[in-house]
Design a protein around this ligand. Structure first.
Ligand code: FES
Length: 634
């Protein structure tokens, strides 16, 4: 065994010798960022060996770390195993932190028709002349009093075990909780002592317990849960977390690689997401002052790979051409099978997916805002770690995904970070006469320590306006008054947005030429997918009545900056609507109503996935939109 001391926390832990360092730190409660999935590509998992045997630098470390860093004991945590006792310093920038997570959304109202319902049943008491079993008498009461035909096999063993005591303690007047999925037989989830508002024949009224459900939006980066009262439809609380799978890679592809390359990788990822969801359940329940055992149903949405990982289904086919999923259909399963800590018989339902890269989250966005086929012509963009686009036009639904990469969430950007305290979220070009300067705004008003997606887009838009970034994306230092802001960073040109003394970082906040290329790829890919879909239905932007922008991106990005870099078209602002976490809103609709689940299924059947690989419309548009528009907007 090896003793590890983690600084500056002072945490001591003991792990088996030769444990992977990232895992050892995680076990001690110090999770390290591993955006590239621990493959030595991103250089963001830096730690310092303060004491103990410092390992020889690897090729990746020679690339990512300076000579003086290496001499000082800095290494990439993902590249090493522990060799004996060690003292490891983990800097703030290498730690996994909670980001600001978008939980609000523009919602759609629906009639309350939950799958889980509660009935009071007056069961006939047995007698010497009535020797039917307790179960038979319960089924008869449900049929005659509520018209519910339940087969004996729909009674779980746990309910059979509790039935005799509950019947007799309640003087045979009991509460029955049933789950009726969109199709198929109802299931009996629970029998309980009747509540205080049941008929007066109840001898032992118990306190009223709520009938709850929880809707999950399982994002690649974030998890959100919404706790609902299924008898009123009211949202009681919500909670959010970073998806703990982030420590295995920051995008879908890194996680798929992890599953394919690591033995037991699928299990680790499944357990990680369930751990995060259970934390959300606990937090929601604490806030609403209720018990997790009052949650009888959960509806989950997420992209196709995330749902595979959540259900423990190997998603390998999604990673390999022709990129098909193992399942697209909705899945209904007992929640305990996945490790969720809810009522022991609670059920889980996932919304349907469309294709390997068009998941239930996109269906949920469509369910919330595009569910009427004959509505106006609309483009819906969901820009997160992945970008998905849906076009609705005269009853047709076309959809596609963009391999945008995580640039909009700060991933693969030299000083990129998620939208959390200290992230530059806003960059504005200010002027006073001939003097011009850049003003930056950070989340929480803290000293700048990196750039998040909206800050990155603002910064690039500002450099275009100044004229020190050309249409091809090349930084040019021709403008004399900005020359002192240019630096050479490890052989590449970079523009310093914030000087070192005004930032948390010794080199200040910089935007590198490579960062600009990453942004070009991301925005070019999303815009090109949108253009290709519009062309497929014979439209241009003049025929688009509304553009819905879902996700945190839509809420926080500056529209003019997104238009200036060419990510969004130059339509008037009234035609854009930021709709927040529309995927989460769709999950809530489906939890509140089984009719909405039917709508979701119908939508998934109507949505036609247009592959972009080898698509000439996409490739032509990508060539055009990878550049920045020469004409500023407006
Ligand atoms: Fe270690 Fe990316 S280099 S996680």
């Amino acid at each position: 065994m090896a003793q590890v001391m983690i600084e500056p926390d002072g945490i001591e832990t003991e792990v088996p010798d030769r444990s992977p360092l990232v895992r050892a730190l995680g076990q001690a409660g110090v999770a390290v960022e591993t955006p590239c999935g621990g493959f030595g590509i991103c250089g963001k998992c830096k730690v310092r060996f303060v004491d103990g045997k410092t390992p020889q630098p690897t090729d990746e470390e020679l690339r990512h770390l300076t000579n003086s860093d290496l001499v000082d004991g800095w290494r990439l945590a993902c590249r090493h195993r522990l060799e004996g006792d060690a003292v490891i310093f983990v800097p703030e920038v290498s730690r996994l932190t909670i980001a600001q997570i978008l939980t609000t959304a523009v919602e759609r109202q629906t009639k309350l028709q939950p799958a889980v319902r509660r009935f009071v049943a007056q069961v006939e008491a047995p007698s010497v002349s009535d020797e039917r079993s307790d179960a038979q008498r319960l089924l008869k009461a449900l049929q005659t009093q509520h018209g519910v035909d339940l087969s004996p096999s729909a009674i779980p063993l746990s309910v059979l075990r509790s039935l005799p005591a509950v019947l007799r303690q309640s003087n045979f007047c009991i509460t029955v909780i049933l789950h009726q999925a969109v199709s198929g037989q109802p299931l009996l989830l629970s029998v309980e002592q009747a509540t205080s508002d049941t008929p007066p024949r109840t001898q032992h009224p118990a306190p009223s317990t709520p009938l709850l459900g929880i809707a999950f939006d399982i994002g690649t980066t974030t998890l959100v849960g919404y706790l609902l009262d299924l008898e009123t439809g009211e949202e009681l609380s919500h909670a959010a977390r970073l998806n703990p799978q982030v420590q295995f890679g920051d995008d879908v592809v890194s996680r798929l690689c992890f599953v394919m390359q690591q033995q037991g990788g699928l299990r680790q990822l499944q357990q990680a997401v369930v751990r995060g969801l259970n934390e959300i359940v606990a937090e929601c329940c604490q806030e609403a002052n209720v018990e997790p055992k009052s949650i009888y149903e959960t509806v989950a949405v997420g992209n196709t790979a995330m749902l595979h990982l959540f259900l423990g289904v190997n998603p390998e086919p999604i990673a390999l051409a022709p990129y098909v999923s193992v399942f697209n259909e909705p899945v209904t399963v007992e929640a305990w099978r996945l490790g969720l800590r809810l009522h022991p018989n609670a059920m889980l339902t996932t919304l349907p997916c469309v294709a390997g890269y068009i998941g239930a989250d996109t269906v949920a966005v469509a369910l919330t805002h595009l569910w009427e086929p004959e509505g106006e012509t609309v483009v819906a963009l969901d820009i997160g770690t992945n970008g998905e686009v849906v076009v609705r036009h005269q009853g047709q639904y076309l959809c596609a995904s963009a391999a945008a990469g995580p640039a909009f969430e700060g991933g693969r950007i030299y000083q990129g970070m998620r939208a959390e305290k200290g992230a530059i979220a806003k960059v504005e070009l200010e002027s006073d006469g001939d003097v011009r300067w850049l003003r930056v705004g950070t989340i929480g008003g803290a000293m700048p320590k990196g750039l998040c997606g909206s800050g990155l887009i603002d910064a690039v838009a500002a450099l275009l306006k100044i004229g020190i970034l050309d249409g091809s994306g090349r930084l040019t230092d021709e403008a004399a008054d900005w020359q002192k802001q240019f630096i050479n960073l490890n052989g590449q040109k970079a523009f310093r947005l914030v000087n070192p003394e005004a930032s948390e970082l010794s080199e200040g906040i910089v935007l590198t030429q490579r960062d600009i290329r990453e942004l070009q790829l991301a925005k070019g890919s999303i815009r090109a997918v949108t253009e290709a879909l519009l062309k497929t239905v014979g439209l241009d932007w003049s025929g688009v009545e509304r553009v819905y922008v879902a996700g945190a991106f839509g809420m926080f990005v500056n529209l003019q900056s997104a238009q200036r870099i060419g990510l969004l078209p130059s339509l008037t602002p009234e035609r854009f609507q930021a709709v927040g976490n529309a995927a989460g809103a769709g999950a809530k609709l489906a939890l509140r109503s089984v009719t909405e689940r039917k709508h979701a299924f119908e939508l998934s059947q109507r949505m036609k996935h247009i592959p972009m690989t080898g698509n000439p419309r996409y490739e032509g548009a990508l060539m055009e939109f990878i550049s920045f528009p020469s004409r500023p907007y407006p």
